[in-house]
Design a protein around this ligand. Structure first.
Ligand code: NAD
Ligand code: DAU
Length: 352
C-alpha cells in the first residue's frame, strides 16, 4: 500500500529510532522527516537510512503555521506521527516558553494543516501524537498509571505535553479527526542527547567528572529500551484503534541511585577501571524543582489489545547502551561541543 507519512522530530532520539525501524520495513511508503534541528536534533542519527529512496528530510519549524500549511498542501500526507517536542524537564524549568510554542502551538499547527488538507475525507488517514507518562503527574510508593489515570502535570514540560494531548483529543471530538495517542515511560538507548540522566552519567564517568544525583536519589522511573518504544509506535500506528490512548512502559522501575550504581559497575568493567571507581563520582546535588517522585506504567492494554511487550531485559539493554556510547565517541564529542557546555554550566554550576 502506498502511503506518505510525516514523521516530526525524526532527527531526535526516539524519532530517529522510529525512522530506523519503519523506513526499511515499509519500502512502499514515503517518509518525510520534518525537523527544526534544534540542539536535540542531529542528522548524524540518520546516516544508516538517509540514502533510502523512500526517505526525505525537510528542515522546518512546526511553530511556523504558513510553512506547515504549505508542506501539507504540497505533500498530501496520509498520516502523521508527531514526535517533535522540547523534551527535557530541566530546560522547561529554565525556559518554559519554548515548550509552550513547540509542544502546544506546534501541535495545533499540525492538527490544523491536517484538518485543512484532509477536509473531512478521513478514510485511511491518521494523526498520531507520541506523548509521555509525565502527564499523569506523580505516584506514591504503590500504584501504576493506567489510561484512565486523571491528568495532573506538574512541570512546564509535562503541562505542555498534557495540553497537546487534550488538543489532539479535542480534534477527534469536535472535527472527527482520526487521532491516536500513546503515553510512554522513560526511554534509554543510543542517540539520546546527554542532558538526560543515563547518557549524561555515561559521558561524565568516561571523563572522570562527577555524576549529579538530584535530591536524595530515591526518585523512581520506569525504563524502556527505545527500540521497544519504536516497535510499539509502529504497531499503534498500524493496528491501534482510532481515538484510543495506549500506555507504554518497561515494567522496569529503578530508583535513580540504584540505577546509577548499576551503571557504575558496568562502566568500571567496560573501562577496565578498579571496582568502585565510578561510584566515587556520585555527587548528590540540589533537587529539581517540583521533582515528580515516581512514574510507573500499567502497559496491560497494549499487551492485551495489540500483543506488544518489551523485548529486552534491562541488564542487557543497559550494557548495549553503554557499549554504544563508548563505541561512538565522535557522536558524543560532536553533540557535547558548542552550546552543550553553556547549558551544562548553567544547569549544574549552582547545584553543587
Ligand atoms: P528529543 O529532544 O531527542 O528530540 C526532539 C526532536 O524534535 C529534535 O530532533 C528536535 O530538533 C525536534 N524539534 C524540537 N522543536 C521543534 C520544532 N519547533 N519544529 C520541528 N522540530 C522540532 O526528544 P525525544 O526524547 O526523542 O522525544 C520525542 C517525543 O517523545 C517527544 O514528544 C517526547 O515528549 C516524547 N517522549 C519522550 C520520552 C523519553 O524518554 N525521551 C518518553 C516518552 C515520550
Ligand atoms: O517519563 C518520560 C519522560 O522521561 C519523557 O517525557 C521526557 O522527555 C524525558 O526527558 C524523561 O524525563 P525525566 O525527567 O524522567 O528524565 P531525565 O533523564 O531528565 O531524569 C531522569 C531522573 O533522573 C529524574 O528523576 C531526574 C534525575 N536526574 C536527572 C539528571 C539529568 C538526576 O538525578 N540528575 C541529572 O543530572
Amino acid at each position: 500500500m502506498n502511503k506518505k507519512i510525516l514523521i516530526t522530530g525524526g532527527a531526535g532520539f526516539i524519532g530517529s529510532h522510529v525512522l530506523h525501524l519503519m523506513v526499511p520495513k515499509y519500502p512502499d511508503y514515503q517518509f518525510v522527516n520534518l525537523d527544526a534541528l534544534t540542539y536535540a536534533g542531529n542528522l548524524e542519527n540518520l546516516k544508516a537510512i538517509e540514502h533510502l529512496p523512500n526517505y526525505q528530510f525537510v528542515k522546518g519549524d512546526i511553530t511556523d503555521a504558513d510553512f506547515i500549511n504549505n508542506l501539507f498542501e504540497k505533500e498530501a500526507f496520509d498520516g502523521v506521527i508527531h514526535l517533535a517536542a522540547e523534551s527535557h524537564v530541566d530546560r522547561s524549568i529554565l525556559s518554559p516558553m519554548d515548550f509552550i510554542f513547540t509542544n502546544i502551538v506546534g501541535t495545533v499547527n499540525l492538527l490544523n494543516a491536517a484538518k485543512k488538507t484532509w477536509s473531512g475525507q478521513f478514510e485511511g488517514k491518521r494523526f498520531y501524537l507520541v506523548s509521555t507518562d509525565e502527564v499523569y503527574g506523580t505516584l506514591g510508593k504503590t500504584g501504576l498509571f493506567t489510561e484512565e489515570t486523571p491528568y495532573d502535570p506538574r512541570s512546564p514540560y509535562s503541562a505542555s505535553k498534557a495540553s497537546a494531548d487534550h488538543l489532539v483529543r479535542a480534534y477527534w471530538h469536535t472535527y472527527h479527526m482520526p487521532v491516536i495517542l500513546s503515553n510512554c515511560s522513560n526511554n534509554y538507548g543510543s542517540y539520546q542527547f546527554p542532558e538526560k540522566l543515563l547518557p549524561l552519567a555515561i559521558n561524565n564517568i568516561k571523563h572522570n567528572k562527577t555524576i549529579p544525583i538530584y535530591g536524595d536519589g530515591k526518585y523512581t522511573r520506569d525504563w524502556l529500551w527505545v527500540k521497544d518504544h519504536a516497535e510499539a509506535i509502529d504497531l499503534i500506528y498500524h493496528e491501534g484503534k482510532t481515538a484510543e490512548t495506549y500506555n507504554i512502559g518497561g515494567h522496569n522501575e529503578w530508583q535513580n541511585i540504584d540505577l546509577i550504581h548499576l551503571l557504575c559497575e558496568i562502566m568500571d568493567e567496560k573501562l577496565d577501571r578498579p571496582k568502585g571507581s565510578s561510584a566515587k563520582l556520585i555527587t548528590f546535588v540540589k533537587d529539581r524543582a517540583g521533582h515528580d517522585r515516581r512514574y510507573a506504567i500499567d502497559a496491560s492494554k497494549i499487551k492485551r489489545e495489540l500483543g506488544w511487550q518489551p523485548s529486552l531485559q534491562f541488564a542487557e539493554g543497559l550494557r548495549k547502551t553503554v557499549d554504544w556510547y563508548l563505541d561512538n565517541e565522535q557522536w558524543l564529542e560532536n553533540v557535547t561541543s558548542g552550546n552543550y557546555k553553556s547549558y551544562y554550566n548553567q544547569q549544574y554550576a549552582e547545584r553543587t
